[in-house]
Design a binder for this molecule. Structure first.
Ligand code: BTN
Length: 249
């Protein structure tokens, strides 16, 4: 297996603005990034393996050393732009298209899952912390190329390895995130909706505590990234929660 190198991953990036760690193993790249001071504009942490990878809702993110992507990027939250969790998924799917020459059609599932052939291939975990008077954000990205053990809803992009080499994908994702931070992305909402795989589809929303279920038609998102759901009681704006979509996983 081709191991990641700093030269490939950071190709074309302005390195004076970033601190970079390429690790063989770590508990979690998010935890490592949290515990490391932000001395430059960006802190980037990559590892070949995580022994305590974290998923959303306190889940574990299975992270064996088999050529997957485990990456965290830390920066100051000094913008009031698009909702980051949706935007990161959009940027990753755009990076996949760019590297593969539009051969991969990754769909976005609200708020920030990336699915290929109806299986989840990427997870995003955004954490924040207050340092002095400022908020620092840690964007954790996990992308599966291979998974020795699989849940039925987990997918991987192993079969696209040749057209989507992971060092190139990482490089493109970093460039897109940094470019977004520097220049913004005015058209993000329309672009997110274009890639959303359940626009105008009937979906079922399950609340975090599993107590409430709502069914409706997903009409899109507002500028805060909340979903607009057409239900039998009228339009509802839903700004958090897990959305589980019938017939997907
Ligand atoms: C999810 O549950 O969908 C989010 C998974 C996020 C996994 C990534 S892997 C790199 C970073 N470090 C972690 O511990 N988690 C994130």
């Amino acid at each position: 297996m081709h191991k990641l190198t700093q030269k490939e991953v950071l190709k074309g990036l302005d390195q004076k603005n970033l601190d970079f760690y390429l690790l063989k193993t770590v508990n979690s790249t998010n935890t490592f990034a949290k515990d490391t001071n932000l001395n430059k504009k960006y802190l980037i942490v990559l590892s070949e393996e995580q022994t305590a990878g974290k998923g959303r809702w306190g889940n574990t993110w299975y992270s064996p050393d088999c050529g997957n992507i485990y990456m965290s990027i830390k920066f100051k939250d000094n913008t009031n732009q698009a909702p980051l969790s949706l935007l990161i998924g959009l940027l990753i799917s755009e990076a996949m298209d760019e590297i593969s020459g539009n051969k991969i059609h990754a769909g976005l599932k609200w708020p920030n899952d990336l699915l290929i052939e109806n299986k989840k291939v990427c997870g995003i975990l955004i954490e924040s912390e207050k340092v002095s008077d400022e908020i620092e954000l840690i964007v954790g990205i996990g992308i599966n190329y291979a998974l020795p053990q699989k849940e039925s809803w987990w997918g991987d992009i192993g079969k696209f390895k040749k057209i989507l080499p992971r060092e190139k994908l990482i490089n493109a994702i970093l460039k897109k995130i940094i470019s977004y931070k520097e220049n913004g992305y005015p058209d993000w909402k329309a672009q997110w909706e274009k890639r959303c795989m359940h626009k105008n589809a009937e979906i079922k929303i399950i609340s975090n505590n599993q107590k409430e279920e709502i069914t409706g038609i997903f009409k899109g998102i507002n500028k805060e990234g909340s979903m607009i759901l057409q239900t039998s009681d009228g339009l509802k704006i839903i700004n958090s929660g897990e959305c589980s979509i019938k017939g997907i996983y």
